[in-house]
Design a protein around this ligand. Structure first.
Ligand code: PLP
Length: 401
């Protein structure tokens, strides 16, 4: 017999499992609104034109080799990534207080940051919003942190539970780590206002909590890279410390290239040097050093004025298509007279709408309409197009009536 005979079958990942089920469905009406990946109006994956151009330039450059990168990744990429999230004129960057390491997309950045904190930070508890991206709990638990939650979403208003959030963060032990979605909160699509961010910042700083930003959607939420980085920049501007995990999966469509960055803003430049030395000790035994291709694409685009501009145009087009899908879905439900208040569809931002549909309604929509979404009622707006909106509206209408 096999030495692994006692290994039990693990359940599918709750998000990626939706696609597994979708792929098995022979129906021609099927729609996949599970996974958070952008699709065009034709329902196809999109490689940005500027990314194709950058790749061509890289391929045609004969001096380009495939040597190992340093443990911390491509130096240009790291500098440009820090500028992108903190702003070109960030004092923290100018004062050499920011250490940035290239990591395996957003997930890898969160994991490296988590492992660093578990080893070198005195308070090993991280507070994550309730609800949050499903992988957060596992990433931080396996990194060695103790995971607790703070109230975030209010199902009755389908908006922010700001009072609950403030109460829970004020009860957190001093020094605790707080995971914050920089923008376009996943799965709820609900973000604090600038005024609310400012109140959170005051509380977090006065209690000595350590903010850890997850920035997986910069530019993808509003269409503006600067507007979507505002929360992070408010915290970086006050001179305090924070961590940021950046992903280029969505905003450059580099999902499978696994390109991202972890930045740690420190109070003093000499601390940043020592922090970097310890990040290397986290990374080296984990995967040695990161892959070169995706980071080279990003660096090529970010350092060229004209390519950077083309990127912002393509990014804005993606964001706008999603915003347009929100309006279309909202209008379609209105037209059907579907009972309930659906204004949250146009109020929420980013890739997802948290519909408020329950598990049974989701199961019904999948069974009867071949519409695939996560059981918490989250739909990926990026997976919708003008042709599938009426079908989804029919499915929602049938599920709630
Ligand atoms: N964080 C959030 C909130 C996300 O939604 C995602 C992707 O869906 C990620 C992090 C990580 O994505 P990736 O590892 O593909 O960059």
């Amino acid at each position: 017999g096999s030495v692994f005979a006692n290994v039990v079958q693990a359940p599918e990942d709750p998000i990626l499992g939706v696609t597994v089920a979708y792929n098995k469905d022979p129906s021609r009406m099927k729609v996949n609104l599970g996974v958070g990946a952008y699709r065009t109006e034709e329902g196809k994956p999109l490689v940005l034109n500027v990314v194709r151009r950058a790749e061509q330039m890289l391929v045609n450059n004969p001096s380009r080799v495939k040597e190992y990168l340093p443990i911390t990744g491509l130096a240009d990429f790291n500098k440009l990534s820090a500028k992108l999230i903190f702003g070109a004129d960030s004092p923290a960057i100018q004062e050499n207080r920011v250490v940035t390491v290239q990591c395996l997309s957003g997930t890898g950045s969160l994991r490296v940051g988590g492992e660093f904190l578990a080893k070198h930070y005195h308070e090993r508890t991280i507070y994550i919003p309730q609800p949050t991206w499903g992988n957060h709990t596992k990433v931080f638990m396996l990194a060695g942190l103790s995971v607790k939650t703070y109230r975030y979403y209010d199902p009755t208003t389908r908006g922010l539970n700001f009072k609950g959030l403030l109460e829970d963060l004020s009860m957190a032990p001093s020094g605790a780590i707080v995971l914050l979605h920089a923008c376009a909160h996943n799965p709820t699509g609900v973000d604090p206002t600038v005024g609310q961010w400012e109140q959170m910042r005051l509380l977090i700083r006065s209690k000595g909590l350590l903010p850890f930003f997850d920035s997986a959607y910069q530019g993808f939420a509003s269409g503006s890279l600067d507007a979507d980085a505002q929360s992070v920049r408010m915290f970086a501007a006050d001179g305090g410390e924070c961590l940021t995990a950046q992903s280029y999966a969505k905003n450059m469509g580099l999902y499978g290239e696994r390109v991202g960055a972890l930045s740690i803003v420190c109070k003093y430049a000499d601390v940043a040097v020592r922090v970097e030395s310890q990040l290397k000790l986290v990374i080296r035994p984990m995967y040695s050093n990161p892959p070169i291709h995706g980071a080279s694409i990003v660096a090529t685009i970010l350092k060229d004025k004209e390519m950077y501009y083309e990127w912002t145009v393509e990014l804005k087009a993606m964001a706008n298509r999603i915003i347009n899908m929100r309006q279309q879905l909202f209008d379609a439900l209105r037209a059907r007279g579907t009972p309930g208040d659906w204004t949250h569809i146009i109020k929420q931002i980013g890739m997802f709408t948290f519909t408020g549909l329950n598990k049974e309604q989701v199961a019904f929509m999948t069974q009867e309409y071949h519409v695939y979404l996560t059981s918490d009622g989250r739909i990926s707006m990026a997976g919708l197009n003008s042709k599938t909106v009426p079908h989804l509206a029919d499915a929602i209408h049938a599920a709630v009536t």
